[in-house]
Design a protein around this ligand. Sequence first.
Ligand code: ATP
Ligand code: MG
Length: 469
Amino acid sequence: MIINNPKINLPILHLVGDTADEMGLECYVIGGWVRDLFLHRESQDIDVVVVGSGIVLAQAVASKLGKAHLSVFRTYGTAQVKKNDIEIEFVGARKESYRSDSRNPIVEDGTLEDDQNRRDFTMNALAICLNKSRYGELLDPFGGLQDMDECTIRTPLDPDITFSDDPLRMLRAVRFASQLGFYLHSETFDAICRNRERIQIITKERVADELNKIMLSRRPSVGWKLIDKTGLLPLIFPELNNLKGVETKEGKGHKDIFLHTIQVLDNVAEKSDNLWLRWAALLHDIGKPKTKTWDEKSGWTFFNHNYIGAKMIPRIFRSMKLPQNEKMDYVIKMVNLHMRPIHLIEEEVTDSAVRRLLFEAGDDIDDLMILCSADITSRNQEKVERFHKNYELLKQKMVELEERDRIRNFQPPVRGDEIMEILHLPPCNQVGEIKTAIKDAILDGVIPNEYEPAKAFMLQKAKEMGLLT
Ligand code: ATP
Ligand code: MG
């Protein structure tokens, strides 16, 4: 079959084919880019496989292109050519064989078929020839096109071998299902279940890459449900696995926190592409199992689960090789604060409580409100309506107070060094005490967030503390 898609007629691909012809080499565009061509997805990086040396062809292409950037990776036998925003990766066709006692395959030069055999899924094994006489010819040995028509993810060879050779492919399967809205072929699914234990030989970094791609897909719950159904969940994320199940006492059950969590995650994903807000959604109730208690009067309660959950995050991030930086701090903050807007809504909304929330959330307040709204998954329609009404009231109040008091990026109107100077104090606890008192007075609405009133308040406070006569 000859493909006649405008994208395959990119001038640079013709140039690659012509160069290969001059050198007497066969070459093909292969893998993700070809798959995405049929799925009408944007795809930046182009992979070209050469029967022969990928490096030699890349060098020839780069010199023909003129101002192109060439990087050669001799150890991997690959080379990359960058021109404007196009990136082409060149690799020689290869044959891989795995041995059970080693994670790394034995790699030899091979044919196009050998190279297609080592690919993970039928849709990722598609190749299109770039040589002039066969330009646009599709090579689809495993029925990848039909599988894509049927939205099916399937391995080209025996799935037990494919997954055992490189167990990361199990997570890639789940990730593609989540990204593309595809289904796992039943034999592929069963083989993942059988080989799941082998995921443990994969580095945490590679696992985290796939999890982040799942998190960024349109409905991340698809991925997490598959991770659960295949039995991978306790192996890669035991704390999330602990959220599963419902306990019943005296006929009263609580909701399944795992199912609730992935619903909240989907709700957030509808509103925001922020990967870390999505992680916060996945982790917002992670502290619930540890705090679960039952008593006859209140039923099931999870007192302080936000706080306990936030405390669990550094260890989880460390063990999953997620970033240990301000991104993690943001997730901790979101999890910690996720109950606050709800509490405000349920009780009477006082200006002081709203100011305090604005102060603590700072510029992340809008994200917190997305998370909080996403957390309402009750089936009780009346409750949901009441929530949304009060939620809008709260948002309105936030806007009013923020306009008036500018709390989001709170900077104390009287600074510490000024307090020390006026009161002739060295750096000491009393300075901190006065600063806190000024902040509280502003948040409680005792004084406005302005210099003169804050200074007067400071002098008054100093008098009460016996620092001024
Ligand atoms: P994306 O770029 O969206 O993550 P992709 O399918 O292009 O998806 P890459 O990691 O860019 O994934 O890999 C390019 C191609 O290399 C794949 O389409 C597939 O043919 C092959 N490939 C990648 N990883 C594996 C693997 N672990 N096992 C087998 N083949 C793989
Ligand atoms: Mg790719």
